[in-house]
Design a protein around this ligand. Sequence first.
Ligand SMILES: NC(=O)c1ccc[n+]([C@@H]2O[C@H](COP(=O)([O-])OP(=O)(O)OC[C@H]3O[C@@H](n4cnc5c(N)ncnc54)[C@H](O)[C@@H]3O)[C@@H](O)[C@H]2O)c1
Length: 264
Amino acid sequence: MEARRLKGKVAFVTGAASGIGFACARRFADEGAVVIGCDLNHAPDWARVQQSAPAARFFVLDVCDFTATEAAVAETVRDHQRIDILVTAAGTAAGGPVHLLPIEEWDRVQNVNLKGTFLTAKAVLPVMMQQRSGSIITLGSVEGLEGSEGGSTYNASKGGVVLLTKNIAMDYGRLGIRANCICPGMIETPLFWATMGGEHFAPYRERIREQHKLGRLGQPEEIAGAAFFLASDDASFVTGQSLAVDGGYTTGHHYGFTALMGLE
Ligand SMILES: NC(=O)c1ccc[n+]([C@@H]2O[C@H](COP(=O)([O-])OP(=O)(O)OC[C@H]3O[C@@H](n4cnc5c(N)ncnc54)[C@H](O)[C@@H]3O)[C@@H](O)[C@H]2O)c1
């Protein structure tokens, strides 16, 4: 049996009911961590996490509600005395060019993606400061590294997460706390399908797929693999980074010459 490389660690994961957050919770539990999940919604498959980590707990909360997050953090510390890993995967999406985007939609996306990341880090950092160790893993996006058509509030929120993460790495590094941002390409999760599903989007989905130089979309487990690395001691000297886990999406433009060169 493989070594459980996160044995003895406590991981706090937001957005843990679905997609990338759930994949991280599952991977961390399989690697021996106690996992505390949070989400707006109940996690239908949380029993799968508890199979590997019987002490795993789940809190239904809104990451925009600082009091609720602080309470979940306090309960976690009461039960387990520490938090070693934080993953902020709670997120939402909206699109549209600036002149059409309702102001409420701008605010909603900024609140969940950027302010929610800030509030969760704010609740967990005092615990990590006290223990003088910790790994914070935020979820940015390739759309936080470069622009995309109609991205507006989503791209702005993810660009904010990228820089917030660098600043956390700068401010808390001397206390043994690392902070890194994973910037996924397009990953097949409920969020992706809610945004990009639908027959009318089929040709756009195909163009999006083609921008990934591996020629396919990603799976949540492939992001969880990167999160596991950043959470583990193998990443002990890695901090302040934005790690694109994107199948080559951000390497450059794809025009299709690979087929011409016999490389498809
Ligand atoms: N799927 C992709 O292609 C992709 C690409 C780049 C970045 N991301 C980012 O990865 C993160 C996870 O996305 P996903 O694709 O797994 O989506 P998902 O919808 O499958 O999971 C997101 C989870 O966050 C929860 N959530 C939303 N608002 C919340 C709130 N206010 N408080 C608590 N929980 C809340 C949702 O209930 C959901 O369970 C997001 O930040 C997303 O922007 C996703």
